[in-house]
Write a protein of this length. Structure first.
Length: 241
C-alpha cells in the first residue's frame, strides 16, 4: 500500500510539472515556437474552409485576404493544458486502488493534443464564418463574439472528453454531478485562478471576460447534468460496461 501511494504521488507530481512546463513555455513562446500546434491546426482549417494561409515569422498564419491572423494567442495551448489535467487527474482519482502504468500520462497528453487541434480548427472555421455575418445580425462586438465562441467550443469539447471518458454510466446522479464539478474546478483553475495569480486583474477587460468565463460553462454543465437525468437507466439484469 505504501509503495502504491508513493507511485501515485510521483505520478501526480509529474502531471503537475508537465502542466507547469507547458504553461511556462506558452507564456513566452512566439508563433515560430508554436508551429507544432499552429501548423497542423491551420492545415486542417485550410482543408475544411477552403481558405489559404501564409506563415509570417513571429506573427503567425495570415489568411490570404489579410482578415484573420492565427497567432500565438490562437494556439489553444490553455485548452490543451486544461484537457490534459482533467483527463490525467480523473484517471488518478478514479483508480486509486491500483498502480497505473506510467504510459497513461503520455497517452493522455497525445489525446489532449489531438483534441486541441480539432477544437481549435472548429473555432477558427467558425471565426472565419462570423467575419462574413452581416453587422446588422450581430448584436455583440467582434471581441465579445470571439470570446463567447471560444468558451462554447473549448468547454464543449471538454464536456465531450468528460462524457467519452466516463467509465461508469450507471452511477447515481450525485456521483455524476460531483465529477462534473471536478471538471469545472479544473477549467476555472486554468482560465481564471492562474490568470488572476499572474496579475490579470489589472487588465480593465478582465472583469467582463471572467464573468462570461464563469457563467457560460456553468450553464453548459447544468444542461449536460439535466440531459443526463433523462438518459434511460438500465433495468435489473441489464448488462453494461
Amino acid at each position: 500500500m505504501n509503495r502504491m501511494r508513493k507511485i501515485q504521488g510521483a505520478q501526480f507530481l509529474v502531471i503537475i510539472l508537465c502542466a507547469l512546463a507547458l504553461k511556462l513555455h506558452y507564456a513566452t513562446a512566439s508563433a515560430d515556437q508554436l508551429r507544432w500546434i499552429l501548423g497542423p491546426t491551420t492545415a486542417l482549417v485550410e482543408l475544411l474552409s477552403g481558405s489559404s494561409f501564409q506563415f509570417e515569422s513571429y506573427a503567425g498564419y495570415m489568411s490570404s485576404d489579410h482578415r484573420l491572423l492565427v497567432a500565438a494567442s490562437c494556439a489553444g495551448v490553455n485548452f490543451m493544458l486544461t484537457a490534459f489535467l482533467m483527463l490525467t487527474l480523473r484517471v488518478l482519482l478514479r483508480d486509486r486502488s491500483t498502480v497505473l502504468s506510467w504510459r497513461f500520462i503520455p497517452l493522455l497528453a497525445a489525446f489532449a493534443y489531438i483534441t486541441t487541434i480539432i477544437a481549435n480548427t472548429i473555432r477558427i472555421c467558425v471565426a472565419l464564418w462570423l467575419q462574413h455575418v452581416s453587422d446588422d445580425l450581430r448584436r455583440l462586438s467582434w471581441g465579445q463574439l470571439h470570446r463567447i465562441e471560444g468558451i462554447i467550443i473549448y468547454f464543449g469539447f471538454l464536456l465531450l472528453l468528460f462524457v467519452l471518458t466516463e467509465k461508469d454510466g450507471t452511477q447515481e446522479s450525485t456521483g455524476f454531478v460531483r465529477k462534473m464539478g471536478f471538471t469545472l474546478i479544473v477549467y476555472y483553475s486554468t482560465t481564471l485562478i492562474i490568470p488572476l495569480l499572474n496579475g490579470s486583474y489589472r487588465d480593465r477587460g478582465f472583469f467582463e471576460h471572467s464573468v462570461v468565463v464563469l457563467i457560460l460553462p456553468l450553464i453548459m454543465a447544468s444542461l449536460l447534468v439535466a440531459l443526463r437525468s433523462l438518459w434511460p437507466k438500465p433495468g435489473p439484469g441489464t448488462w453494461s460496461n
